[in-house]
Design a protein around this ligand. Structure first.
Ligand code: ASP
Length: 305
């Protein structure tokens, strides 16, 4: 019997203890614990890794503290444009959506792309149309709006930069989950609003299979950070490739992948799991909102280095 395991992240970046209040830290920790509970409840009862990662990511999408679903960051034009992906490692199947504007839980739509369409990635109007046909819950702009994200956009425009969602202590990033279930099957899911002040139409690594999200029969990976570098480094797949072709362990592969990310100028982190239920949560930034639970059932939540 495989060792069940689950890891989640809520974004990586410049997360400094000195800039955090105790109240805010408590809120983040409880957001992460809720997501672990949602995913672990499924794994504990013999459910699939796919259902577990979806449930964990839905929980994080619904929490306005994280940059995914409700609480997503704004584009330069003050719009919400979200990306998400999910991958089932044992079937080597994936679904992804990019540039959706009104879907309450983008990860659910990504799963439906995987289950009900012949495609892997749907974007923009086509993804919105698919969402309506599939009957997923839609929300208007006010649902996604948060004051602190709007302020973040104003600051980014004033500074003339496209900003990773981790520059400030408060609004923090992209969410993701990876899991190994009782059958040793792996899955991963990632969901994001992208980067503050991003250009109209910009799609990041989250929705790109192999870049920000990947799972096969060796490992499952979900990334967070400056998406352009994760695409250039094909980061999520890089770990699987090192395991497969070099025979490296999950831990060794993840370490080398982060070193490579650093060498090309990328900032961020990732979570990954293998078929033995081993978990890694490495990052090269100041911090990463993260949590994990292994066979003992003990929840572990961390923020800083
Ligand atoms: N990777 C995401 C993107 O570039 C951003 C993040 O992880 O915060 O869209």
């Amino acid at each position: 019997m495989a060792k069940t395991a689950l890891a989640i992240h809520g974004g990586a970046g410049t997360i400094l203890r000195s800039a955090m209040t105790p109240e805010l830290e408590t809120e983040y920790r409880s957001g992460l614990e809720n997501a672990l509970r949602a995913g672990w409840g499924i794994l504990e009862n013999g459910g699939s890794s796919l259902d577990a990662v979806e449930a964990a990511v839905v929980s994080l999408e619904d929490c306005p503290l994280f940059n995914a679903g409700r609480g997503s960051v704004f584009t330069h034009e003050g719009k919400i444009e979200m990306d998400a992906a999910i991958m089932d490692g044992s079937r080597l199947k994936a679904g992804a959506i990019a540039f959706v504007r009104n879907v309450k839980n983008p990860v659910k739509l990504a799963r439906l792309v995987m289950e009900r369409s012949e495609h892997v990635l749907l974007a923009g109007d086509g993804a919105d149309m698919f969402a309506e046909e599939a009957g997923v819950e839609l929300k208007d702009n006010t649902y996604f709006y948060t004051d602190f994200r709007w302020k973040q956009l104003e600051d980014a425009i004033a500074a003339g930069r496209v900003q990773l969602d981790h520059a400030a202590p408060k609004p923090v990033g992209t969410v993701g989950a990876v899991a190994c279930d009782v059958n040793g099957h792996l899955a991963s899911a990632t969901s994001t609003g992208g980067m503050t002040n991003k250009r109209f139409g910009r799609v990041g690594d989250t929705a790109i299979i192999g870049a920000g999200t990947y799972a096969d029969d060796a490992c499952a990976v979900s990334c967070t950070g400056h998406g352009e570098y994760f695409m250039l480094g094909v980061t999520a797949y890089d770990i699987a490739a090192r395991m497969k072709y070099k025979g490296s362990s999950l831990e060794g592969s993840a370490r080398e992948t982060i070193e490579r990310l650093t060498s090309i100028g990328g900032e961020g982190g990732l979570i990954a799991v293998d078929t033995q239920g081993n978990l890694v949560l490495p990052f090269n930034s100041e911090g990463m909102y993260r949590g994990s639970v292994g066979p003992t059932g003990d929840f572990k939540v961390d923020i800083y280095k």
